[in-house]
Design a protein around this ligand. Structure first.
Ligand code: HEC
Length: 275
């Protein structure tokens, strides 16, 4: 090995004009040149392929950014509800101080903490998402401000479904957002994953070694139309387990059956379609 490398080095600097082809060092040079040619061809070819593919990649990239931002706003809004759950369920307090504007403001703060990015509400979709959050809060003021009642059924997932329905309506068929979960964990049939979602959840998100929290997206079809689909996995934290934890089948405070979930287990997913 050593000798060959030395010989090759020597030959590349002083190549005899009538050198025999079958000698070992020549074989090396030939293949090296061949490889170089191949490499150059490969590089130029992939350059062309890249150039051709660039617009598609760029579009997918922008859509992934849009989807990532929107799902993060959605999640940040739900966090306002989940972190105020005991406050919302406090029978001794009337006005909870959770007006549409307050919740929208807190949503933006939660987003910025979670993503370490500033949030500009500068697109139709982002405006629609904040509008949806505000409308849902406006519509639930009477319910959440009612004194004398503890559990009000104003839960993060219910809030999320109302926001999702509003957002989807405001986007008039251009986008759809949805909170879903692995099939086995579904409580409300309205949140059932469709085939694409179920497939990503089961075959990708549940795969051992899949990077926690990493979204998956692709350009595909939705109801026969070209669509960009994005799905973000979510995991149970301690606060979820009061209702989704163990023992499986026991009743939680809402009267629903617990799923037997464990800390850190995949508990749901936020799905967004752009079409
Ligand atoms: C107070 C009880 C309670 C807590 C706490 C709670 N959930 Fe739920 N969750 C529910 C109920 C009830 C539903 C069904 C809501 C509906 O009817 O749409 C639900 C629905 C869901 C869904 C939608 C899928 C489905 O089953 O219909 C997901 C995803 C979910 N919860 C995840 C979580 C996560 C993650 C947490 C913790 C951050 C959490 N939940 C905390 C009670 C709870």
């Amino acid at each position: 090995m050593h000798a060959c490398v030395a010989a090759k080095a020597e030959l590349t600097t002083s190549l005899p004009p009538n050198a025999k082809r079958e000698s070992m060092p020549f074989f090396f040079i030939d293949t090296t040149i061949l490889k170089m040619n191949k490499f150059i061809r490969y590089v130029s070819l992939s350059g062309i392929v890249l150039l051709l593919a660039l617009p598609a990649v760029a579009i997918a990239d922008t859509q992934a950014n849009i989807a990532s931002e929107l799902t993060s706003i959605f999640r940040a809004a739900r966090l306002v509800v989940s972190s105020n759950q005991s406050h919302i369920n406090d029978a001794l307090i009337g006005d909870k101080g959770m007006s549409a504007d307050v919740v929208a403001q807190k949503t933006i703060i939660n987003f910025e903490i979670a993503t370490a990015k500033t949030l500009k509400i500068d697109t139709t979709a982002k405006k629609a998402m904040i509008r949806a959050v505000k409308d849902v809060m406006d519509e639930n003021q009477l319910l959440i401000n009612e004194a004398g009642i503890g559990l009000k059924g104003f839960l993060p997932a219910i809030f999320a479904r109302q926001v999702a329905t509003k957002f989807t309506a405001l986007m008039q068929g251009k986008m759809k957002i949805k909170l879903t979960a692995p099939k086995r964990l579904i409580r409300n049939r309205a949140n059932r994953p469709d085939r694409w979602e179920a497939n990503i959840i089961e075959s990708l998100f549940k795969k051992v070694g899949y990077e926690q929290g990493k979204a998956f997206f692709e350009q595909t079809q939705y109801k026969g139309k070209d669509a960009f689909r994005f799905i973000l996995p979510e995991y149970y934290d301690k606060s979820c387990l009061d209702c989704h934890g163990k023992p499986r089948g026991a009743r939680d405070i809402t009267g629903g059956k617990k799923e037997g979930g464990e800390l850190g287990q995949l508990g749901g997913a936020i799905s967004l379609i752009i079409y």
